[in-house]
Each structure stands twice: as structure tokens, then as C-alpha cells.
Design a protein around this ligand. Structure first.
Ligand code: ZN
Length: 478
């Protein structure tokens, strides 16, 4: 009896397991399908779509029978099913799965992005836009992966104006929510759609690239060239650059000779950077007073000399970057000051208090520094002994006068970078001049980048950096 019951139970068990296993079967199938689609992607989008489509013909009935049996699926499985629908170019199924997902779970940004893409790719722009609106109502971030497929659908449908309007909406949204910032892929469909139509068709994209200070990627540059046709493009060679020569702070185009100005931070970005640099000094009254005193000194200096400095030297960094047993080298500082003056620059030396005091204990160094201070009157500022943040004084000075001054330092400012806005790195890349002394104490410079790799307009020609080759640009004219 006992044995028979055991045998009956054993026979019944597989059937029970089978009934309960619809969801795991679907999940397993979907995982397999996802892998197959990924493999097929190597052979192109069409193969991926047909692999996804084949899997979907079995997956959808399984899912529907699961639903009619009252079973729900976990959100991961539903998300996978949703992306399979998108890969299979099955917008109706995608919308169905997405809505069911929404009944049981809270749809995430990625789920929305998938269904928006499915609708946009099918050409149903109104549905894609409605979903995008829903994302906004739910407070979800709307990244380029949600916007770009709609831009693409509009551009493909010949509605460049609407596509550009949507990009402008993205840019406006990005002011408060940077995740929405258009990327290179946002503009690609417009260039693709304008293939062979010339500079006029590419202009709206070039203008937006320039405003957004965007570095176009390799695909965008290739699409731009196809849009222009080869006649309008000349590849400019390596840029020549003379950073230290007054009046020549940018790159000269090797083709048209136009001077691409050294971009500087403007408006809000500069104001934000200046504010944040000042706040690095901290909130204690003494430090704040020290920085205010420096500001007052700078103002008096300018009023008395009538000349603005245009190079800020981080004296501790220059003097201590050597192999002289860690001792401050006055000749190095003198060499840097002399080189800048020989180029017509007006240097400002900002010296860390403790470092300067220690250096002055060496009689010959003290003499040399006194000589230096006498040679360039009102151009040496020694920070307070108690203050630790001499970097802040250096940066504070360099950002004065629209941040046009060069900064002479090998410091990477690692302590501060994370506390400063993105503009800091942009500014540094164009303004920080690094130096080296060889074993004979001869000075050499590492120049700042010729220009940020951004689109520049030197009327009537446009200059577009090649994404993969630094220092090379397309020179585009009418
Ligand atoms: Zn040019």
C-alpha cells in the first residue's frame, strides 16, 4: 500500500511540475531567444529582426496562455519579452506587453525607451510621442535613447523641421535634466536623410553642434561628408599652434588660413566655475577673508600698473618640480617668468606661503626671489602661511578677466576636480600650460590643445574635428 502510494505520487509529480512550469518555460525560451538575437545582430539588423520574429511566434502564445491562466510574470521576464517584441519589429505586441507590464509593475525608464523605440521604428510617431509624454508625467528621465528613435522617424519621413524642433526640446529639457542632452546619435538621422543635399541641408546640424559644443563621433562625421559631397570638404592637416605668441592663441586652419579662436568658457558656465572655485576656500571666516584680501590686492595691482596679467604661475609647482633634492629652485621659476615675458605675456606669480618661507631660508634662493620680485613689480603674491589651499588662489586668479589667462602648472588638481563643474576640465584643456626641465635645466612646454574638439565657425567656413584623429579637421565651405 505504502509502496503503491509512493509510486502514484511519483507518477503524479511530473504532471504537477509540468503545470506549474509554464512561466519558467517561457523565461527559458526568452533567455535563449535573447542570446540568439544577440548572435544574429552580428549579421546585421535584418537577421536580428528575423531571429526575434521567429522566437516571438512561440513566445507570445505561451505568454497569452500564461495570462489567461491567471499567472503573472516577473518584471524581468516581461522586460525581456518587450525587448524581443521591439527587436522583432512587432509594435502591437510591444504595446500589449508594455501595458500588461504596467498593470502589475511600475514601468521603468528602460521599458518606456523600448516601447517608444518600437512605436517610432514602426512609423507610429504620434504613439511614440504620447509615450514620451507619459514618461514626462511620471517624472522619468527622458534620455536620448527615448528621443532619438522619434527624431529618426521624423527625419526619415522627411519632416526635418519637426525633428529639429524635437532636438531643441531635448536641449531645453537638458538645462534642468542633463540626462536629456542630445548626443551625436541624435543628429545622425538628419544627416543621413540629407545625404548629397549639400551644406545648406547640414547647416542646422552644424549650428546646433556648435551651440552645444558637441564633439561629433566618427559616424556623424561620415554622415556629414555624405551629406556634403566631397567637393565641399577639404581635410586640414595638423594644426600649427603658437600659444605663447600674443594674439595667436588658437589654431590656424592649414587649408583656408582661418584662425580658429581658442574657445573660452562664457556666460553661465564661467560664472558657475568661478563661484565653485571661490567656495573651495571653505566657509571659515579666516579663509574667506584671505581670499577677499587677495581679490583686493589684485584690484589694486591692476589699478596701479594699468596692465592685466595674462599668465598665472603656480610658483610652488614650478619651483619644486625638479630633481634637486626636493628643494625649491628659484632658477626654474625665473626661467618660466622670463620665457613668458619674452613672448609678451604679463605673468602673475602666486606662491604658497610656507613653501616661499622655507625657500627664503636659503640665502641664494632668497636673493634670487627678491631679484625676481623687483624685476616684475606687483607680480608676486605670497599666500597666507596658515592657509593650505594655495591652489584656490592660483585658480581664482586664472579665472579672472573672462578666464583668458594661461595657467602654468603641472598640477592635475585631483583634489578639486570632483567638486568643480564640467567646465573646469574644458577650460583646463585649453589654458593649462605644462612645463618640463631636462637634466640641463632647459625649459620646454606642453601646449594646451589647439582647440577643444568642437565645431567652429570662421565665416564663411565651418571647421569640424575628425573624431578619430586629433588635430585634424574638416574645412567646409560653400
Ligand atoms: Zn579652413
Amino acid at each position: 500500500m505504502h509502496r503503491m502510494r509512493t509510486r502514484l505520487l511519483a507518477a503524479a509529480a511530473p504532471r504537477r511540475r509540468c503545470h506549474a512550469s509554464a512561466a519558467p518555460t517561457l523565461r527559458t525560451r526568452l533567455e535563449l531567444a535573447r542570446r540568439e538575437v544577440r548572435l544574429a545582430e552580428r549579421d546585421g539588423a535584418a537577421s536580428a529582426a528575423s531571429a526575434a520574429s521567429a522566437s516571438l511566434t512561440t513566445a507570445m502564445p505561451l505568454w497569452r496562455s500564461e495570462l489567461s491562466g491567471g499567472g503573472g510574470l516577473d518584471r524581468t521576464t516581461l522586460s525581456v519579452l518587450l525587448s524581443l517584441c521591439q527587436s522583432a519589429k512587432a509594435p502591437a505586441d510591444a504595446l500589449d506587453v508594455f501595458r500588461r507590464l504596467g498593470d502589475a509593475h511600475v514601468p521603468k525608464e528602460g521599458d518606456f525607451a523600448t516601447v517608444v523605440r518600437a512605436m517610432a521604428e514602426s512609423g507610429d510617431v504620434p504613439a511614440a510621442r504620447r509615450l514620451l509624454g507619459e514618461m514626462g508625467e511620471r517624472g522619468l528621465s527622458r534620455r536620448p535613447r527615448s528621443y532619438n528613435p522619434i527624431v529618426q522617424a521624423l527625419a526619415r519621413g522627411g519632416d526635418a523641421e519637426q525633428a529639429l524642433q524635437l532636438i531643441d526640446d531635448m536641449a531645453a529639457e537638458a538645462v534642468a535634466r542633463p540626462a536629456s542632452t542630445p548626443n551625436a546619435g541624435t543628429y545622425l538621422p538628419l544627416l543621413d536623410a540629407a545625404k548629397g543635399r549639400g551644406l545648406g541641408a547640414a547647416l542646422p546640424v552644424l549650428q546646433r553642434w556648435r551651440t552645444a559644443r558637441l564633439a561629433p563621433d566618427a559616424d556623424s562625421v561620415a554622415a556629414l561628408r555624405q551629406c556634403l559631397g566631397e567637393q565641399q570638404v577639404v581635410e586640414a592637416g595638423e594644426q600649427c599652434l603658437s600659444v605663447l605668441h600674443p594674439g595667436h592663441r588658437g589654431a590656424d586652419c592649414g587649408n583656408c588660413g582661418a584662425e580658429l579662436p581658442q574657445p573660452t568658457l562664457g556666460g553661465d558656465a564661467l560664472a558657475e566655475l568661478s563661484t565653485r572655485v571661490s567656495s573651495l576656500i571653505g566657509s571659515d571666516a579666516r579663509s574667506v577673508r584671505d581670499l577677499q584680501a587677495f581679490d583686493g590686492w589684485l584690484e589694486r595691482r591692476e589699478a596701479a600698473s594699468g596692465v592685466r596679467f595674462d599668465a598665472v604661475i603656480d610658483a610652488a609647482n614650478v619651483g619644486l618640480s625638479n630633481w634637486h633634492g626636493g628643494k625649491f629652485s628659484a632658477p626654474q621659476l625665473e626661467a618660466v617668468v622670463d620665457a613668458l615675458r619674452a613672448e609678451g605675456r604679463v605673468p602673475l606669480v602666486v606662491a604658497q606661503g610656507v613653501c616661499w618661507k622655507v625657500a627664503c631660508k636659503q640665502p641664494h634662493t632668497k636673493l634670487a626671489l627678491e631679484r625676481l620680485a623687483a624685476a616684475v613689480p606687483r607680480s608676486v603674491y605670497v599666500t597666507p602661511l596658515a592657509g593650505r589651499l594655495d591652489d584656490v588662489f592660483v585658480l581664482y586668479a586664472a579665472l579672472r578677466h573672462e578666464a583668458r589667462a594661461l595657467l602654468i602648472s603641472n598640477d592635475e588638481f585631483a583634489d578639486h576636480r570632483q567638486l568643480l563643474p564640467e567646465g573646469f576640465e574644458r577650460w583646463r584643456s585649453g589654458h593649462q600650460l605644462r612645463f618640463a626641465f631636462d637634466d640641463r635645466d632647459a625649459l620646454s612646454w606642453t601646449l594646451p590643445a589647439a582647440s577643444w574638439p568642437e565645431v567652429a565657425h570662421a565665416p564663411p567656413r565651418w571647421h569640424v574635428p575628425l573624431a578619430d584623429e586629433t588635430g585634424r579637421w574638416l574645412c567646409i565651405g560653400e
